[in-house]
Design a protein around this ligand. Structure first.
Ligand code: FMN
Length: 160
């Protein structure tokens, strides 16, 4: 897969809604025309693919962790998400993700509707917040990895 970033932003209309649905594991089961156009995907490429196909590397992991924890517990989630089109362009959305239920009351999949977000909120809140969260991860991850190596090698010496 092409993972370059162009730095070019894509836009969709204020009267449009980007829609997709997934199974329980986040594999795409439905995508509307607006979604396919902005992501640069064909329907054939989209259906069955994991939704992380359009994950942008600047999105902090904890946003998706929060999303999955909430929707799997049956709650709805609103999130500002930066996505990556197939050619490396990017686009911001305000997503509303909900669980779908079967007749037996169990969750059968998930449904996301995205609208154009407020540019002022993206620029003043989410660009700096997500940069801060990424920096925390960049700092914590090597520390956790170092501790893991230490524990694997010297676990016996770490007991109280
Ligand atoms: C209904 C639904 C819609 C989703 N939409 C997106 C999306 O537009 N962009 C995205 O990066 N992840 C989206 N996700 C989250 C992905 O499944 C995935 O958790 C995320 O891309 C992070 O990838 P990772 O879990 O492999 O780290 C969506 C998940 C669900 C259930």
């Amino acid at each position: 897969m092409n993972t370059t970033l162009t730095g070019r932003e894509r836009h969709f209309g204020a009267d449009e809604v980007i829609v997709s649905k997934t199974d329980l594991k986040g594999r795409i089961t439905y995508a509307n025309r607006v979604f396919l156009n902005i992501a640069g995907l064909t329907l054939k490429q989209a259906i069955g693919a994991p939704h992380s196909l359009i994950r942008h590397p600047h999105m902090p992991r904890c946003v998706f962790k929060l999303l999955w924890t909430r929707i799997e517990a049956g709650h709805e989630v609103f999130a500002y998400v930066l996505n990556r089109a197939m050619n490396g362009d990017h686009y911001w959305v305000l997503a509303h993700v909900t669980p779908s239920y079967g007749a037996d009351g169990r969750i059968t999949g998930f449904h996301s509707n995205r609208r154009v977000p407020k540019k002022a909120t993206v620029d003043s809140v989410f660009v700096p917040l997500y940069a801060e969260l990424r920096a925390i991860y960049a700092d914590l991850w090597p520390k956790m990895a170092e501790w893991n190596t230490r524990l694997v090698e010297f676990a016996d010496g770490e007991h109280a």
